[in-house]
Ligand binder design. Structure first.
Ligand code: 5GP
Ligand code: ZN
Length: 140
């Protein structure tokens, strides 16, 4: 599965250069070209899928199994104090490249990267109602 217009598929195919960190049959990790911090790594499936929900459980497991070791390695290589693992789905969620990817982003106190985290509050019963609805969809 390859999308001829997809920049990350081109990286997988070797048509566009990238600085590889590690790879296996299904997954590739490489340095982000526009790092939010030194050591910012991207982890992608080699097969094209636009968003996380387009992966099978097996594809997601094959990809996700690399995350703990990558986080350990990025921490060790950069000496960072923390790490954000970020995964954007959809343009509204700041996904610019339409091929599933996990960002592994080193964090240090006082760095420039930040979130707007507008934590809300549910009215009585709403969280339970939504949990039930989500569970119903999971059971399908
Ligand atoms: P998104 O906003 O889609 O979650 O993040 C896309 C990421 O891909 C950005 O951090 C951007 O710097 C990175 N990126 C985009 N094009 C290239 C490229 O051609 N090579 C590499 N190595 N990274 C890229
Ligand atoms: Zn792709």
């Amino acid at each position: 599965m390859t999308d001829p217009d997809c920049i990350f598929c081109k990286i997988v195919a070797g048509e566009i250069p990238a600085i590889t960190v590690c790879q296996d049959e299904t997954s590739l990790a490489f340095m982000d070209i526009g790092p939010l911090a030194e050591g910012h790594v991207l982890l992608i499936p080699k097969a094209h899928a636009q968003t996380l929900d387009g992966l099978s459980a097996d594809q997601a497991a094959a990809l996700g199994r690399h995350l703990p070791a990558l986080v350990r390695a990025v921490k060790a290589a950069t000496g960072c104090q923390g790490v954000n693992v970020l995964q954007n789905n959809g343009r509204v969620a700041h996904q610019v490249v339409q091929h599933v990817h996990f960002h592994i982003i080193p964090r240090n106190s006082g760095d420039e990267f930040g979130f707007n985290w507008p934590a809300g509050k549910y009215p009585p019963g709403r969280a339970e109602q939504l949990a039930k609805e989500i569970s119903r969809h999971l059971a399908r």
